[in-house]
Design a protein around this ligand. Structure first.
Ligand code: GLN
Length: 428
């Protein structure tokens, strides 16, 4: 099934078990999640012909739950982007806002759900890549607490930040999919059992819309500088929640002004290390050996990687190099600790925090590709959450006067998925 908006890289159907909680439903899978026997490209020419010999843990769980996988979805190359325009397989167009980007990097996953070409989808979120496309395509996306969902079989971009999570038309359906994929995995030592963290896995039951009495903190820093129509839509949604018994108060997160800088230093540093395996020998297109291994590797990487990936590998290598490590990487780690402390403090007095998911509505196709810095700044509201390892949801909040979707983000405490699901279910 190809789509005119370019949502799938590979539309190969894989049937799951006969029955189970997802029987009869299709779940599209982002193309950086390994699927046995079905090529997994990460949106990169480097992996155009790569067919994994095993399933990611989340894919095993989908199949066991009876889901049908209709295909692998298009994405920014290795997850590096906010618009799904850096894919080697072409940009994805936003099916609900033609001429605009679907957000990224899981743009294909959000687009196929928004267009009805899959019931549900999996994305991955390193710095917003589930929540951003969910917001831009008018659907729901959940970024789980770090350690709730196994990353075994997810091709790593920045492993200390990323989680696999669900994208769905409604909060309840997203919660159902989260129930299937969540839980510890002995093949990923960073996973934890939510029950040992004072929680449980009954996520769908939390999607009851019952928000009366909830306390919502609103970090003023995440509204500063946001697009006017986005801010207006956000406040309208908050008014609606207040009318239904929610109380709100403003909170301060002074550290978040450093989040984008800290995020990009950490993400690029980890990427430079994680992507070292794509040298044409261990993984990736061959550089053709001619007697000099350095040149062989360089040729493979020159040919296989796109511009954004090269930019990040170079900057990450620089940030980690001797002499600069303390100046960049260590500083970014300090900022990360400060951001975590700020969230802890704010969440001590609120059930969830609310902000616009993205400070801007979906950009026009081609508008932001030549301006990486502006693109990075669009991640201002999503990256702090990954740095703090917390769960968050993006739900549709309304539209701009031009009819472009606006998403609202709720952030909860670690393993507090229920709180963000409950809050989100009041809106979608
Ligand atoms: N836009 C961010 C980046 O390019 C987030 C990407 C993601 O979450 N994978 O790094």
């Amino acid at each position: 099934m190809s789509t005119e908006y370019n949502g799938y890289v590979t539309a190969e159907r894989v049937e799951g078990a006969e029955d189970g909680p997802l029987a009869g439903r299709t779940v599209a899978v982002k193309d950086n999640i390994s699927t046995e026997g079905v090529r997994t490209t990460c949106g990169s020419a480097m992996l155009a012909d790569y067919v994994p010999p095993y399933d990611a843990t989340v894919v095993e769980r989908l199949k066991a739950a009876g889901a049908t996988i209709p295909g692998k979805t298009n994405m920014d190359e290795f997850g590096m982007g906010t618009t799904t325009e850096t894919s080697a397989f072409g940009a994805v167009e936003n099916p609900v806002a033609p001429g605009h980007v679907p957000g990224g990097s899981s743009g294909g996953s959000a687009a196929v759900v928004a267009a009805g070409d899959a019931d549900l989808a999996l994305g991955s979120d390193t710095g917003g890549s589930i929540r951003c496309p969910a917001a831009f395509c008018g659907v729901v996306g959940i970024k789980p607490t770090y350690g709730l969902v196994s990353r075994y079989g997810l091709v790593a971009y920045a492993n200390s930040l990323e989680q696999i999570g669900p994208i769905a038309p409604t909060v309840e359906e997203a919660a159902e999919l989260l129930e299937v994929i969540a839980g510890p995995d002995e093949r990923d030592a960073t996973t934890r059992d939510a029950r040992e963290e004072g929680s449980d896995y009954e996520y769908a039951a939390a999607a009851d819309g019952d928000i009366a009495g909830m306390e919502v903190g609103i970090p003023t820093e995440l509204l500063d500088g946001a697009d006017e129509a986005v801010v207006e839509t956000f406040w309208d949604a908050i008014d609606d929640l207040e009318a239904r018994g929610v109380t709100t108060h403003e909170v301060e997160l002074p550290s978040v002004e450093h989040a984008v800088e800290a995020y990009y230093v950490i993400a690029m540093s980890e990427a430079s290390s994680n992507l070292a395996r794509f040298d044409g020998v261990r993984y990736g297109v061959s550089g053709g050996f001619d007697g000099n291994w350095n040149e062989t590797f360089a040729r493979a990487r020159e040919e296989g990687f796109g511009d954004e990936v090269k930019r990040r590998v170079l900057l990450g290598t620089y940030a980690l190099s001797a002499g600069y490590h303390d100046k960049y990487y260590q500083k970014a780690q300090d900022a990360r600790a400060w951001i975590q402390a700020d969230f802890d403090e704010a969440l001590a007095e609120a059930d969830v925090l609310a902000s616009p998911t993205m400070p801007v509505p979906p950009m026009e196709l081609g508008e932001s590709l030549d301006d990486p810095l502006t693109m990075y700044l669009a991640d201002a509201n999503t990256t702090p959450v990954n740095l703090a390892n917390l769960p968050a949801i993006s739900v549709p909040a309304g539209e701009t006067p031009e009819g472009l979707p606006v998403g609202l983000q709720f952030v909860g405490p670690a393993f507090g998925e229920h709180a963000v699901i409950r809050a989100g279910s009041a809106l979608a």
